[in-house]
Structure formats: C-alpha cells, structure tokens
Design a protein around this ligand. Structure first.
Ligand code: NAD
Length: 521
C-alpha cells in the first residue's frame, strides 16, 4: 500500500458506468441476483469489534416490493449505545496515536475493495433504496471518491503548516483529532454520505459510533464488515443501528461524545444542534455539530436561455432518484416571456419518463423510499393541486411498491407551501417570474440555501447570480444535481446546514483541532 504523498496518484473521480455495454449490464444482472440470494440475512451490531445479535430487529425492505426483506439488522438498546460510546472512547486512546499515513491507508484499502465489489454495492442500492442502475453506480462511485479524497486530504494536513518565524523560538502548528464522534447519515446517498462521513471522521484520528438510517442499514452493515475485513482496529467504528427516537437523543447528549456529524432533514438537524449545545454532567468540551440539512432548490430559466437545455436540466434534476436528493430541483422559476413554451416542452419531456422497478434498466424512476414518504409526498401533491395547476402526474403507480408519477405543478405562488417546504419527492413547482430581477428575488425567498442553477446566455446575469444567488452550490446552464467530489465541494447556507463543504479542502478541518507548539531555542 503506497501512502506517502509523493507516491500516490493525484485524486481523480471514478468514472460512472453507463451500462450500455452488454458486459457491464450482464455483471449488474448477476449482482442483482446475488444480492437477492442474500435477502433476509441478519446483520449484528458491532461494538468493540464484537458482533452482537439482539432480539429486536430492524427490517430493511425493498421499496419496489415491500414484501421483500433485503436484510435485518440488530437494533441497539440504550445500554448498547452507551457501551458503543465507551468502546469508541477506549479505542481513541490508541487510534489517535496512529500516523495519518496508516489511517489513510485503511481508506485506500476500503476504496479498492469497494471498487472490486462495485456491481454488488450498486445492486444493493437498487434493491434497498430503489435507485436505478446509473443512480446507484453514481452513489457508489462517490463513496469511493470520498475514501480516496479524504485519504489524500489527511496526508496533506499531516504536512508541516507554515507559521510566522520568531527569533529564539521553534514554532509549529499541528492538527489533532477531536475524540469520539456520532456519525448519523441519511438513506438517500446510502453509500456515499454514510462512508464519506465515517471516513472523514476516522482518517482525522477520531473514533465513532455509526448509527445508520433504518431505511439503508444493510449497506452500512456491509461497509462495517468490510472495515473489519481490512483490519481496522476494533472500537474505531462501532455499528449501532437503532431508532432515532430511542437512541438518537442518548447518543447526541452523551457527555463522552465530542462531535456529531449529521446529514438529514432540517427538523432533526436543528433538534440535534439544540440538544448538543447543552453541556451534560462530566462533559469537558463544547460539542461540535456538523449538520448538512435539507434544501428547496431552484432552477432559474431566463428569457435568453436555451429552453430545450433548461427543460432537460429541470427534468433530470427534479426526477432523478425520484426527486429524493437534497440538491433536487423542486422549483423552476421561469421568465414569463418563455413560460408557456417551457411548460409545453417540459410536459412532453416528462411524458417520456418511465416509472417502475429499478432492477429493470428501462425505468428512469423507481419507488420512493418508504410508505411514510409515499404518504407525505402524496399529501403535498394534494396541497399543490390547490396551490397551482397540475400539469402532469399526481398519481400513485401500481399498488405494491411505493411508486409515484413525476409531477409538475404550474402557476405556483412563490410563497405557496409547495414553493417553500422540502417535499423530497418527484414534485416540481413551476413559478412564473416577471423578469430576471424578479426571478432572483424568488430564488432567494426560502429559508434554505443549498443548490441552484441558472440557464442564461447573458454574461451580466451570470455575474449577478454569482454575487446574489445565495446557495452553497451554484451552477450555470447545467442541472442542479450531481456534485462531484473535489470538483464541487458540497454543502449549503442558511437552514441547509452548518456551512460545511463535503468533498472539499476544508472538510477534514471539521474533524480536527489545531495545536500550536512553541519551544524556546
Ligand atoms: P432524517 O432527518 O429523517 O434522518 C437522518 C438521520 O437522522 C437518520 O439516520 C435518522 O435515523 C437519524 N435520526 C432521526 N431522529 C434522530 C434523533 N432524534 N437523534 C439522532 N438521530 C436521529 O433525514 P432522511 O430522511 O434520512 O434524509 C433526507 C433529508 O436529508 C432531506 O431533508 C435531505 O435534504 C437531507 N440531505 C441533505 C444533504 C446535504 O448534503 N445537505 C444530503 C443528503 C440528504
């Protein structure tokens, strides 16, 4: 394993498979069959390297066919969550003294194994969270990217950091880890975000308890197995699936937890932030909360835009992975001069979207993640029908899986609920703007600030949007989804989070603290 900075290749993003190659497609079909063969398997908790089966289980089901159980994980009790934190605290004493090179080497080894098992991870995401093949592969490719990128980043941070020289002193500044962290990922980038958050924490020298989302606990269990396989010391990553409401608060408020790395909804993120701010008896630090939260992302289509390109960008940003991306376009703000043309073309484009079981590569949209998502999105569609004009979609597809039609609602008021609240499903609100100034004002009128796009051919509008479009990730003449590690450091403003940038050069700093050392000579 080559781990010094001068011997590893520069970071490069994994190439995403397009599955038009019959050999790739055949491998994917075989992997889907292999994962199906593992349905109903049981996955234990892992605390201090010990595998623990509990009587209580969490069932992870296939949202395309809820009768199928992809796997069952054990479910941690409050006592087990406490044991996991204690194990992480013990492991921290030795892990913090390992070299950054050694820690990075585990990330590189993990990346290599996932690369070898790429189709199997892809297939698991198709079956566990309802991703289409390309969406699943994008998620797994991003997971590999995070491992490779953060490994290199740690090696960079391990280099000397220049400080101003002072006569008679030898000065240095080094980055040291924080301690025990709680890693709490969402289900929607079930591989990438879960692995990225875990990898960033441990490569910086911290130890963690990983509490996966119950909707995607099996991919997390696979990853924890893989970390065991590559020989990661016990106690560095402790795996405690469990209900957020049962063990979530306990983990977040535990006095031995030094930081919380959370990605999920605004509501849960704010709750965690509040709880973590209150010091507990025996707690010696102010907890650090890194929270990456929801979005209400807009694509502005200016009068001078290439309308066909904008229609394509809105369609894929709104309906890729059923709109269940924090970066998904949930509002298209369209100049009134091209509004009717845009809507006609969008309707035609959306009619081509095939909805169905994502194991069949012909389908562009699979199911939404679970029954409660189906219900809450359907409720928003009903609200939307009153707040605007239903252009297409609005119905459930079939009766078994959690499938919904791609839904377009036009003539929506900028202050309407479906224009302000995160729906997290295949629903896009179309808002008419008087002109570009009006469009910019509407775009900034939510409490979020995650992603945004502008379609225009006018340099002045681009200049204005660079200054005034208040989002963490701004795109021009392209979709609002699909951020690439390293190229598009990702994270939003306002209620979209604590201003962090995953996959960027500042990210590892969130898991470390700087120590300044001065010696008289
Ligand atoms: P969620 O908030 O429901 O759950 C996120 C995680 O928090 C899960 O693991 C869940 O079990 C856990 N949790 C729930 N209650 C808890 C509690 N009281 N204490 C501790 N943990 C608790 O979100 P979700 O449905 O998994 O994910 C979708 C949300 O995530 C959307 O809002 C989306 O915009 C957001 N998201 C944001 C980003 C980003 O980078 N900003 C990326 C992906 C997803």
């Amino acid at each position: 394993m080559t781990t010094t900075l001068d011997r590893i290749a520069p970071f490069k993003n994994e190439v995403i498979k397009n599955f038009t190659d019959p050999a790739d497609a055949a491998q994917m079909q075989a992997a889907i069959a292999a994962v199906r063969n593992r349905f109903n398997e049981h996955y234990p908790l892992v605390i201090d390297g010990q595998k623990i089966e509990t009587e209580k289980k969490i069932r992870s089901i296939n949202p395309a066919n809820p009768d199928e159980v992809v796997g069952l994980t054990s479910s941690a009790s409050k006592e087990q969550a406490q044991e996991a934190i204690a194990a992480a605290a013990r492991a921290f004493e030795s892990w913090k003294k390992t070299t950054p090179q050694e820690r990075a080497s585990y990330l590189f080894k993990a990346a290599e194994l996932i690369r070898q098992r790429r189709y199997h991870y892809d297939a698991l995401l198709v079956l566990e969270v309802g991703k289409t093949w390309p969406e699943a592969d994008g998620d797994v490719a991003e997971a590999i990217d995070f491992l490779e990128y953060y490994g290199r980043e740690m090696l960079r941070y391990a280099q000397p950091h220049p400080v101003v020289p002072i006569d008679g002193e030898q000065n240095e500044m080094v980055y040291i880890p924080l301690g025990v962290g709680a890693v709490i990922p969402p289900w929607n980038f079930a591989a990438a975000i879960m692995m990225g958050m875990t990898a960033a924490a441990i490569v910086a020298g911290n130890t963690v308890v990983l509490k996966p989302s119950s909707d995607s606990a099996i991919v997390a269990a696979w990853f924890v197995d893989l970390l065991h396989e590559i020989g990661l010391p016990k106690g560095v990553v402790n795996f405690i699936p469990g209900s957020g409401s049962v063990i979530g608060d306990l983990i977040v408020s535990h006095p031995q937890i030094r930081f919380i790395s959370f990605t999920g909804s605004k509501e849960v993120g704010l709750h965690i932030n509040e709880l973590a701010a209150k010091p507990q008896p025996g707690q010696k630090w102010i907890k650090r909360v890194v929270a990456e939260m929801g979005g209400k992302d807009s694509i502005i289509v200016a009068a001078d835009a290439d309308v066909d390109a904008a229609v394509e960008g809105v369609a894929v940003s709104a309906f890729g992975f059923q709109g269940q991306k924090c970066s998904a376009c949930s509002r298209a703000i369209v100049d009134e001069k091209i509004y009717d043309e845009f809507l006609d073309k969008l309707k035609t484009r959306v009619a081509k979207i095939a909805v169905g079981d994502p194991t069949d590569p012909k389908n562009y949209m699979g199911p939404v993640v679970n029954e409660s998502a189906l219900k809450s999105i359907s409720e928003y569609i009903e609200v939307g029908k009153k707040e605007g004009r239903l252009v297409t979609g609005g119905n459930r597809v079939g009766e078994k899986g959690f499938f919904l039609e791609p839904t377009v609602i036009a003539d929506v008021d900028p202050q309407a609920r479906i224009s302000q609240e995160e729906i997290f499903g295949p629903v896009v609100a179309i808002i008419k703007a008087k002109d570009f100034n009006d469009a910019m004002e509407i775009a900034n009128n939510t409490e979020f600030g995650l992603t945004g796009s502008l379609y225009t051919s006018d340099e002045q509008k681009i200049k204005r949007a660079k200054e005034d479009f208040f989002v963490g990730n701004l795109y021009f003449n392209r979709k609002s989804t699909g951020a690439m590690v390293g190229a598009h450091p990702f994270g939003g403003f306002n209620m979209s989070g604590t201003d962090s940038k995953a996959g960027g050069p500042d990210y590892l700093l969130l898991f470390m603290q700087a120590k300044s050392i001065s010696r008289k000579v």
